[in-house]
Write a protein that binds this ligand. Structure first.
Ligand code: SF4
Ligand code: FE
Length: 482
């Protein structure tokens, strides 16, 4: 396994074609806007080295028998699924941000079971290729971007019906030694933190969409892949001096638009090419795993936000007010409900034909549906407790100013025992998590990450077994015999 420093050094070897603020960036690792998100991924390496987290952060590989980082593991039991959620909660607590490595992790587990089924039924060799790829990921302890979401153009049209055929990533040429692909993947979490990109189809495809039914992996700096960095609220604060106004100056997440401009993929890296009938299983399983993930990561980030809100109350001298206590209880209740869903869908998981364990899909979708709501309520309560100063307070530069700094020290103070600076730091942290750069990960990503709310509702309807429930009612009402 790599150390955190070795991981950062390994990224220095990559040659990304990246644009940020209209300029090409050569040094991704040391760029002040990008670095916090690399630090968050580095934490997945750092904690794996600590003896106290060995069981959570590492696993015994089902492919090689060696000890590997859990983020590269294929789940072999419900216990593995539960440990995954607990690991994500821990990392959320340690970074208060999106640590990005789960998308590839979730992609491996989905691609593994689906390629096994394709090979078994069609006699292809995708599974063999995929396992060779994954073995290398495990041995070299790599980060992989699981890339699913296409730009999608006109949502009322199927991929093959789009006026611009590139709105969904597709195969443009089949050659003797590989394929050529064109298109884009949007909102790619951790794209620049990754050594490899694992591309999957974004929706269930039909017959006419065969060219869009493609799954493959490439080194993330392959020629023809272009990255455009996504802006975040308050991102330019990272250029400023000081450490208060960023709220969380060490960790963050990032998303990119990733463009594939006629990129060649050798056959040994292709895991699906035209088998449209398997796209729905791949999308469902990947989304299911990532919806499970949110029952871990968002809970860990929520733990930090609840702690910050409670400290804001302490620093204001309001902690004993009964309504404050009750609001904090409500935040705890909502957060633990999300965790309960993450654990539940894990514990009810079962093996797929490849032996890799899958979560209970209905419960994973219920988990994510709750995540589209509860973090918003937790954030609302945190803002309520924080008070208006969270969005009206002056900058760190004013606090340090030789003339007015003393006024801020005096007038922005809460209880006597707490330095003004500490109070401001906590308020900036709450701002960062509810309105600033980290709000991408805690709020809007809670809404749309791993699929927007309606996507879960469709799955809940499909998995909810309404017919069986009607039957139960008919029997109890005396309409039908048992
Ligand atoms: Fe992992 Fe959560 Fe970020 Fe998804 S949103 S990559 S589950 S930390
Ligand atoms: Fe996400």
């Amino acid at each position: 396994m790599l150390t955190a420093d070795q991981y950062l050094d390994s990224l220095r070897q990559l040659n990304f074609k990246l644009y940020l603020f209209g300029e090409q960036v050569d040094n991704v690792v040391d760029h002040p806007i990008i670095r916090p998100s690399l630090n968050a991924v580095a934490k997945t390496y750092e904690l794996a080295e600590e003896a106290q987290y060995k069981d959570l952060m590492t696993a015994e590989s089902s492919l090689t028998g060696k000890r590997i980082n859990r983020f590269t593991h294929l789940h072999q039991s419900s216990e593995d699924l539960i440990l995954k959620v607990k690991m994500q909660r821990l990392l959320g607590q340690k970074t208060a941000a999106c640590f990005q490595r789960c998308v590839g992790f979730d992609a491996f587990n989905a691609v593994d079971s689906v390629t096994y089924e394709i090979d078994k039924e069609l006699g292809t060799e995708y599974y063999k290729r995929f396992r060779t790829f994954l073995k290398r990921v495990q041995e070299e302890d790599l980060v992989v971007d699981g890339a699913m979401t296409d730009p999608k153009g006109d949502r009322s049209l199927r991929p093959f019906q789009q006026s611009d055929p590139d709105m969904y990533l597709h195969v443009t040429k089949r050659l003797k030694d590989g394929i050529v692909v064109r298109g884009a993947k949007a909102h790619q979490t951790g794209a620049l933190s990754s050594h490899e990109i694992l591309v999957m189809p974004t929706v269930a495809m039909g017959d006419e969409d065969a060219a869009y039914s493609v799954c493959f992996a490439l080194p993330s700096d392959t020629n023809g892949i272009i990255y455009v960095y996504g802006r975040q609220s308050c991102d330019t604060r990272k250029f400023e001096e000081g450490s208060i106004d960023m709220g969380n100056c060490r960790y963050g997440g990032h998303e990119c638009l990733v463009i594939f401009e006629d990129v060649f993929v050798p056959w040994e890296r292709v895991f699906m090419c035209g088998e449209h009938q398997y796209t729905s299983a791949l999308v469902e399983r990947f989304a299911g795993y990532h919806r499970q993930s949110y029952g871990g990561c968002k809970v860990g980030v929520g733990d930090v936000l609840i702690g910050a809100a409670a400290l804001a109350a302490d620093y204001n001298g309001a902690a004993k007010a009964s309504h404050i206590k009750d609001k904090i209880i409500e935040m705890l209740h909502l957060n633990e409900t999300l965790f309960a869903c993450g654990i539940a869908c894990s514990s009810q998981g079962g093996p797929t034909a490849s032996g890799t364990f899958l979560i209970d899909l209905l419960l994973a979708n219920v988990c994510k549906q709750n995540v589209t709501r509860f973090p918003y309520e937790i954030a609302r309560l945190a803002e309520d407790i924080a008070g208006g100063l969270m969005v009206t307070m002056p900058s760190e530069k004013d606090l340090r100013h030789p003339e007015i700094g003393a006024y801020l020290e005096k007038y922005l103070k809460g209880v006597n025992s707490v330095p003004t600076e500490d109070r401001l730091r906590i308020l900036r942290l709450i701002e960062n998590m509810t309105l600033g750069a980290a709000a991408v990960g805690y709020r809007t990503e809670s809404m749309h990450g791993a699929g927007s709310p309606q996507a879960q509702r469709i799955m809940i309807q499909r998995q909810g077994n309404l017919d069986q429930k009607k039957k139960l009612a008919r029997i109890i009402a005396g309409i039908e015999k048992e």
